[in-house]
Design a protein around this ligand. Structure first.
Ligand code: MG
Length: 453
């Protein structure tokens, strides 16, 4: 049987890899598995209305009631699904992918993306030609649903409002022409902040920057922070589930550092709690968890795995290096606006500039690399590699992670999307981290050339 779902929903180039016909069949298949009451939302991409209409047709054809949320961030769709006790939800979005892409995220009744066994059930129905349609008198109906109010209230209820409002901070926001513009400025205002925005009109062609916020494409935001004298800058990805931060001097930080600050503040309020993060995250997360007296649970890479683990083990906080923060008291899924609110609260409560708070956490140098490796060799390369590195401290949660005496580490994982093996490494010194990557790269290349003989 073929696979439809990737690591985070179904994705492809609109009208080429992903057609309206496919979305009709996917939505009817999902509807037949999820239940009768299904939430539906879409992002601002040029093809999202097209696919939303296709999803409605599919859902109605199997007798589902569709609760149409309109244009919303993915976290709003997820929050609404649980808040209104619906059986599941579909979100039309390709998250941070380029504008020609689109996709469908399928959410269970608890607001978290469905686990893999449910994806497989949906795929089974899909590849058998779709579910049995409902008779003419049993087709579903569409109701409009508004969720911004309870969603924003939930975020605000998890923040110490008085302290934050008193601080009267200035924040600069860059939704990147995505749907964060619908909630983030409003939440920041409710937090007593003076708000400045850039790239804040929804435009599915993403004319200003890539939909994925990265340190190399946030010059607009960095300039806005400096021009306005803002205390903080926040950039969101296309569907607003991830946030990347800029300090008051215009310096841009990757998600590890901002998540470490969230963890630090969280453990002050909730001593002894557990925190979940993928094995690819910085050691800084481990450091702040230890310093704060909490416990750390490493998970496999991927936001859905982190969220599902958090639900299973009742963990309140999780996060990823790409700017995803999951906060269970609000909801255990990535939420860019929640992450923003927690960082604003951290500045207000510490009464110190964000550059100082972040710089205390900038302890390690990171490096990522990849080695080309044909698909059919991946598992044998990984096996050989494991046997050649015996004796050191090794973790095998996802790929192979080697820890060294001095606290540096390297993670080696076969890529799920490319014919390559990925390397992630971290050490205190630049020289050390590049040496680590260089050595392991050489080792893998030798294994590949021997296997290829
Ligand atoms: Mg996203």
């Amino acid at each position: 049987m073929g696979r439809l779902f990737g690591t985070n929903g179904v994705r492809g180039v609109a009208n080429r890899d992903l057609t309206p016909g496919m979305v009709v069949k996917l939505a009817s298949s999902a509807g037949s598995i999820l239940g009768n009451r299904v939430a539906l939302g879409r992002d601002g991409r040029t093809s999202s209305f097209l696919f939303k209409e296709a999803a409605i047709s599919g859902l109605l054809s199997v007798g589902c009631s569709v609760f149409d949320l309109g244009v919303v961030p993915t976290p709003v769709l997820q929050y609404a699904t649980k808040y209104f006790n619906l059986d599941g939800g579909l979100m039309i979005t390709a998250s941070h992918n380029p504008p020609e892409f689109n996709g469908v995220k399928v959410v269970a009744g608890d607001g978290v993306e469905v686990p893999q066994p449910v994806e497989e059930k949906i795929e089974e129905v899909y590849f058998k030609g779709g579910p049995e349609p409902a008779s003419w008198d049993r087709v579903g109906d569409v109701k409009e649903l508004h969720a911004f109010e309870p969603y924003c209230r939930s975020i605000l209820s998890n923040i110490e409002l008085e302290a934050v409002r008193e601080a009267g901070l200035k924040v600069a926001l860059d939704p990147g022409n995505g749907v964060a513009t619908l909630v983030a400025p409003r939440i920041a205002q409710e937090l007593g902040c003076k708000v400045y925005t850039v790239n804040a009109d929804i435009d599915g062609t993403f004319p200003s920057r890539d939909s994925e916020p990265r340190p190399d494409n946030l010059k607009d935001l960095s300039a806005l922070v400096q021009a306005t004298g803002a205390d903080l800058g926040v950039a969101f990805d296309g569907d607003a589930d991830r946030a990347i931060f800029v300090d008051e001097k215009g310096g841009i930080y990757w998600g590890d550092v901002s998540f470490a600050l969230v963890v630090k503040e969280f453990l002050k309020k909730h001593p002894g709690e557990a925190v979940a993060t993928p094995v690819s995250s910085s050691k800084i997360i481990m450091d702040v968890v230890e310093e704060g007296g909490g416990s750390l649970l490493w998970t496999r890479v991927g936001s859905v795995t982190v969220s599902r683990t958090m639900v299973e083990k009742s963990i309140k906080l999780g996060g990823e290096e790409n700017g995803g923060v999951m906060y269970t008291p609000h909801q255990p899924v990535r939420d860019g606006s929640m992450a923003m609110a927690l960082i604003i609260e951290a500045i207000a409560k510490n009464g110190e500039p964000i550059s100082k708070l972040f710089n205390e956490l900038l302890r390690y140098r990171q490096m990522k690399a990849k080695v080309s490796c044909p698909e059919y060799l991946k598992s044998r390369v990984m096996e050989r590699l494991e046997s050649s590195i015996e004796g050191k401290h090794i973790e095998k949660i996802d790929g192979v992670k080697l820890w060294y005496q001095d606290g540096s580490w390297i993670l080696i994982r076969p890529s799920g999307t490319e014919p390559a093996i990925r390397l992630y490494a971290e050490a205190r010194e630049e020289v050390r981290v590049s040496k680590l990557v260089e050595n392991v790269k050489k080792n893998i290349e030798e294994i590949i050339s021997k296997l290829n003989l």
